[in-house]
Design a protein around this ligand. Sequence first.
Ligand SMILES: [Zn+2]
Length: 68
Amino acid sequence: MDQKPEPRPRGLSCARCRGSLQVYRTTKPTADLVVRYRRCKTCGTRTVSEERMIRTLPGPDDKVHVQI
Ligand SMILES: [Zn+2]
C-alpha cells in the first residue's frame, strides 16, 4: 500500500460566518492534548478547539512522513 502524506490540512473556519480563524493562544494541558484558542478575523467570534491522540496504530509506518 502506497500512502502519501496529506497536504497541510486547512484550518478550522468560524462557526458563525465561516471566516478564517487566527490562533491567539495555544496550551498543552497534557502530553497528548493541545488546546487552541482562536479568533475569527472577520466577526471576532472566539472559539476553543482541542487536538488529541485518539489511539496508537500497530507497527511503525516509515513510508509516511507528515511535516508539521
Ligand atoms: Zn466569524
